[in-house]
Write a protein that binds this ligand. Structure first.
Ligand code: PA5
Length: 329
């Protein structure tokens, strides 16, 4: 299936995850959640971290490497996410973490991780195969939200998740056409792209960066308020170049976030750097996160089309994965 159709399937992915919302629950007495994963799978951890800060639930620690934090033990609810199930760092993490915890949750479509889960009797959440990892974001995210909700560790309730499905369904066509305008803007300048935004939407900026990296094949820089006001801002006093284009991402209902980004935009504009603003829609944080994710995803695909690049293929990642075992030994 081409990448655009994989993203078009997001509504179905959320519906499927909602159908399976309570199908798996876990027992145990946990104090925090640890999500391990890389790239398009690891971003699920960033989203869960932010969702738990906004909605409540156990704190979430995200691990995007093979190192198992020293504090991991029986009080950690470990969830390893790897779409392929064959990512070196995540497999290595699972093997090491397995020495410290009796049980964990493995979210994967197949591969070595599915084998480990069966062998060790870990909780296995199976993701449909045939997609690329980044296009499976909704399914991976909503399945984990369902497992947590039905295990007494809710971050997002089923009602909030259902509402986000209705919202995304109603916005889908508008998002698709907005994406064309975003891609036109980026392609017009052909400069290093800066994704600028505000807290608590850092993970959305990371997701957008990853999407433009992987689908459009361009490097991207992230700048996020209010931390921006404490370092990046000084870098703009004497930049070597102003050859950048800014895509700002704003929640218009967040009055402080909006003012902070307006301030950032004024600094960029003073330097002659163009700014294009995306305003997030929705009535909940989850709505807005999913709205922004789909808009940035479609924009990155549209930009790939403009550049006559296949958005689906990530040759460099495949190349890296071939040599990863040699690097890690
Ligand atoms: O989106 C992608 O294709 C990548 O970022 C992958 O997610 C990343 O390489 C990790 O692979 P996986 O998700 O299969 O663990």
């Amino acid at each position: 299936m081409d990448l655009e159709n994989q993203y078009r399937g997001w509504i179905k992915q959320i519906k499927d995850a909602l159908d399976e919302w309570s199908s798996i629950s876990i027992s145990g007495d946990y104090e925090y959640v640890v999500i391990a994963g890389m790239g398009g799978s690891g971003i699920v951890g960033d989203y869960l971290d932010r969702l738990s800060r906004v909605y409540g639930g156990l704190p979430v620690v995200v691990v995007k490497d093979n190192y198992v934090p020293a504090y991991i033990g029986e009080k950690s609810l470990v969830i390893a996410v790897s779409y392929s199930g064959n990512t070196h760092e995540t497999i290595s993490f699972v093997r090491e973490a397995g020495k410290r915890v009796r049980n964990m949750v493995i979210v994967t479509s197949d591969g070595v991780l599915a084998d480990i889960a069966r062998e060790k009797n870990y909780v296995l959440v199976t993701i449909p195969s045939g997609f690329v990892p980044r296009a499976s974001l909704p399914y991976m995210l909503y399945r984990i939200l369902g497992v947590l909700d039905s295990s007494g560790y809710s971050i997002v309730s089923r009602g909030v998740a259902e509402e986000s499905l209705r919202f995304l369904e109603s916005e889908h066509n508008g998002i698709r056409s907005n994406a064309r305008r975003v891609a036109e803007y980026i392609d017009k300048y052909k400069r290093l792209l800066i994704l600028a935004g505000h807290s608590p939407y850092e993970p959305l900026l990371v997701r957008g960066k990853n999407e433009f990296n992987e689908n459009s094949k361009i490097p991207v820089k992230i700048e996020c308020a209010p931390e921006w006001m404490h370092n990046d801002i000084v870098g703009w006093e004497k930049p070597y170049s102003t050859d950048y284009a800014v895509l700002s991402v704003v929640d218009p209902d967040d009055s402080i976030g909006l003012k902070l980004v307006e301030y950032m935009e004024s600094v960029y504009r003073e330097l002659g750097i163009p700014v294009y603003r995306i305003e997030l829609k929705g009535s909940s944080f989850l709505d807005k996160l999913m709205y922004g994710s789909l808009l940035l995803g479609y924009s990155s695909i549209e930009l790939a089309y403009k550049r006559r690049i296949n958005p689906l293929v990530t040759t460099s990642i495949a190349k890296y994965k071939e040599i990863a075992s040699r690097i890690y030994g």
